[in-house]
Design a binder for this molecule. Sequence first.
Ligand code: 5RP
Length: 225
Amino acid sequence: MTQDELKQAVARAAIDYVVDGEIIGVGTGSTANFFIDELAKIKHRIKGTVASSEATAARLAGHGIPVFDLNEVSEIAVYIDGADEITAAGAMIKGGGAALTREKIVASVSKQFVCIADGSKLVEVMGKFPLPVEVLPMARNAVMRRLASLGGQPKLRLKPGSEQAFITDNGGELIDVSGLAITDPLALEAQINQIVGVIAVGLFAQRGANVCLLGMPEGVRKLTF
Ligand code: 5RP
């Protein structure tokens, strides 16, 4: 099975977690895109969605699925999204697709977080995937120095094929920190959140996943936390 087929399988399996008549939080990335395409087939069963990025909002709207502003919504039944790395305890690195801040906000108001990923994303210790940190542009260098003092190698994310900084949906910039062995994700998340100028860190430990559906060649493996 290809990686895309594994992603498609977990996207299909995630439909079982969609709650009829409710608002569904929808993540960002290639796995989330497969989920959106599956959700379109049962769109009549839900009230609508809250999107974690402009790209996701556009894809949902393209399928004719209602997209609500989070400020119009008091409760989200379930949030479904991919991950860049996930541990057996349900902590994740997210933000490879640049949407970590909105993903964190939508996840924080959702009753359940269902992570969908191909099996390669399951790791013992996170950090091989560079940890994304969204920052206010004026604080970029100050935050990079602080992140370096934590033992990582921070690098500003650039627009593909350009020397200019990548700008997020929120007007922030992204610093990708490589070389970290994240043995205590909860503590590191709290520590990075304390750095002035940080908008959000792509560590999801305080609000991790409740369920993870992992695409394996032998089928979808379910982890619950
Ligand atoms: C976007 C994310 C994605 O969930 C993460 O990057 C995984 O993406 P993909 O499903 O394409 O592997 O956090 O900000």
